[in-house]
Design a protein around this ligand. Sequence first.
Ligand code: OSB
Ligand code: MG
Length: 368
Amino acid sequence: MKITDITIRQLQMKLKAPFTTSFGTFTHKNFLLLEAKEADGTIGWGESVAFESPWYSEETLQTNWHMLEDFLIPLILNKQINHPDEVSELFASIRKNNMAKSTIEGAIWDVYAQQTNQTLAQALGGDKEKIEVGISIGIQDSIEDLVALVDGYVKDGFKRIKVKIKPSWDIDVMRTLRETFPNVAIMADANSAYRLEDTALLQQLDEFDLTMIEQPLASDDIIDHATLQKELKTPICLDESIHSLEDTRKAVELGSTKIINIKIGRVGGLTEAKKIHDYCAENNIPVWCGGMLESGIGRSHNVALTTLPNFVLPGDTAGSNRYWEKDIIKPEVVSEDGYIIVPTTAGIGYEVDREAIDAYTVAQKHYN
Ligand code: OSB
Ligand code: MG
């Protein structure tokens, strides 16, 4: 492969409903899309999962654009690439900036899959025909509102309900949910809202038989999580703390985590995501695919990754209609009765809706 042209677009899409975490509320998603053209005309698509502000990680839409324009794109344009695994080698001189790296690597995986006439899932080595879907629910104004929402999602068939928690929106919320939905798989995601001093409070969650608690402590910590896990029955799942296979190995060896949430952007791309998957499979650590409120393009990469065998827990990759009035792919990602059917056409498997992309584009730049 030789990538001869790259276009970066900034899109703004309005969420159907605001999404609130322990850090604040999103009403819109502003993000970058990357279109890469190979010498033979094949086009691949990647999505940056960086948000506008650095609350989830230090990367932002603007830092991603800067890294892509000034460092990453020049390392890719017109270089001979035999396999997408080589992209991370080309980027070896650039530290971190994983979401920026992943944006371009994802597009190259899409090109590679099309040129080898495989689905992205097949190119990665996955073989599921459908994947199990869970849903992530933001912080609500009242417990009654939350119960009503969860009731709807349970009826829709979602295989697992994840609820955002924060101090003062935690124990009572989870108790009510467990009492109302005794047989549903429920988990909590704290997005780093607690400290080790909160151990006694977090131990109260053990009563509610949660599938896991996601990232209770600091986003850069694996030491305190190991201490906390010794005091908790509920399995800890790390999200923000995991940026690589090395982070995964260290966290698993320390006992900081029993489950890993893999996000392609956070770990720098599909190649690293697959390595983490393989390591976890060998070490009996179940994994699942997290979400970053992606458009259909990022979502299609998540669907493909989830077809790998050790993605044994339902992910956060719900259908397009959970987020958008109109997505940017055709057909949209559909979740039905808690499953998404994996597409069967080559590459990401969904057609890109250029009219929709144009309508959401607020800025763009071409590189060649
Ligand atoms: O922590 O998993 C998270 C959304 C934005 C940023 C971080 C997270 C989330 C979610 C929702 O939980 C995932 C999704 O539905 O795409
Ligand atoms: Mg999370």
